[in-house]
Design a protein around this ligand. Structure first.
Ligand SMILES: C[S@@+](CC[C@H](N)C(=O)[O-])C[C@H]1O[C@@H](n2cnc3c(N)ncnc32)[C@H](O)[C@@H]1O
Length: 372
């Protein structure tokens, strides 16, 4: 089975970009200085201080743009750095960590699916992201315009600004297939879809009667425009439409609300997310299962990702991680990540599957070396 997604920059969308002012185009650190003073610090949900944030020494945040230069069959091509090499070195720029926030499920669920076109995968529905992007480009909505930034930089990733959640990456499908084939049991588990984007991994856990499912993405726009609608699209909200009987309708509504209350949604950088989620429940019940796809492309994030697993995974829990073997241009990949993990000596890694067609992809499992 092949899935085709168009990750390239649609021509008509590019044209629409011309309607945005230059001030929207803060593509990389070298262009940062051209940002009008009035625009600086306008991204209200960003926090910029190393001291406050317990950053690892080796953690730097230049705005590395990573593009999908070579269109491929599924559009999910090797990641190539689109900007010049001066983006690859450490920057003096202050690290900017996106503050985490929790997103409430809106009361009006049908509104979430307004203007959305649904596509169907076996057993799953998801919104068409190209249409979401088109609408977002047309709307001059408040907040950070990651869509226009992504288009103008011809890039699916802009380090520290947009981390790629507005598309479904190939390894999500590998992990979905693994979860189905290996009949992974979600029943009664607390699950985290880390770096969720579309949230399809978490949705599978939701459908598999997980006790609780948390979704996290770097960008709040992704949660609002893609993850939340996808979760709702895969709940029984549509069935409700067909019922005329008010008592039955009321009963269905409360069942649906109960079902959806198992899901929580978060945006923000991983260390910030950890702080938020750990303080949101006392005591915090750790995750039995963390699902994560295409989140190890950038070695600069390994420390924060490793810390997230360490802080949030239950001692007997499991991380299922899907990744390309290597991310050209950004430098991350399975080998480097496994080496990073081995050096920390906390987690055991086990290769579950190697998919050696097209770009080599790998599924790995992480568990604590010493569970108790
Ligand atoms: C390449 S996208 C993959 C999206 C999705 N998992 C998929 O496979 O389709 C990487 C995801 O990881 C998240 N991410 C990457 N780096 C992050 C960071 N430092 N802090 C928080 N989230 C991050 C982003 O939210 C983004 O959605």
């Amino acid at each position: 089975m092949t899935f085709q997604f168009n990750f390239t920059i649609e021509g008509h969308l590019e044209n629409e970009l011309t309607t945005f002012g230059d001030e929207d185009l803060t593509l990389d650190s070298s262009e940062e200085s051209s940002v009008p003073e009035s625009q600086k610090g306008k991204q209200g949900d960003r926090k910029c201080s190393t001291e406050q944030l317990d950053l690892p020494q080796d953690h730097f945040w230049g705005h590395k743009s990573v593009g999908n230069a070579t269109p491929s069959q599924d559009g999910d091509s090797p990641l190539n750095v689109t900007n010049s090499s001066n983006n690859l070195g450490p920057h003096k720029e202050q690290p900017c960590l996106r503050v985490a926030k929790e997103h409430a499920m809106p009361k009006d669920l049908k509104k979430l699916l307004e203007n959305k076109v649904l596509e169907t995968l076996p057993g799953l529905q998801h919104v068409n992201v190209s249409i979401v992007k088109t609408i977002l480009l047309e709307k001059n909505f408040p907040g950070e315009n990651i869509v226009s930034k992504s288009f103008s930089s011809h890039s699916d990733l802009i380090t520290g600004v947009y981390e790629g959640g507005l598309k479904i990456w190939e390894c999500t499908f590998d992990l979905l297939a693994y979860l189905t084939n290996a009949k992974v049991n979600f029943f009664g588990k607390k699950v985290l879809d880390l770096g969720c984007g579309s949230g399809l991994l978490g949705i599978i856990a939701f459908q598999g009667a997980a006790k609780e499912i948390h979704f996290q993405d770097y960008n709040s726009l992704v949660i609002d425009e893609v993850t939340l609608p996808n979760v709702v699209a895969n709940s029984s909200v549509e069935e409700e439409n067909d019922i005329n009987e008010p008592a039955v309708k009321k009963c269905r509504k409360s069942k649906l609300a109960q079902e959806l209350s198992k899901c929580r949604f978060f945006s923000g950088e991983w260390s910030e997310f950890c702080e938020l989620v750990l303080s949101s429940e006392k005591p915090f019940e750790k995750y039995d299962l963390i699902l994560t796809s295409e989140t190890i492309y950038n070695p600069d994030y390994y420390s924060s990702l490793h810390q997230t697993f360490l802080r949030l995974l239950d001692k007997n829990g499991q991380v299922l991680l899907a990744s390309k073997a290597h991310y050209f241009g950004v430098g991350g990949g399975v080998h480097l990540f496994q080496k990073f993990v081995e050096e920390r000596n906390v987690f055991e890694t086990r290769t579950l599957e190697i998919i050696d067609e097209g770009l080599k992809r790998v599924l790995i499992e992480l568990t604590f070396k010493h569970p108790s």
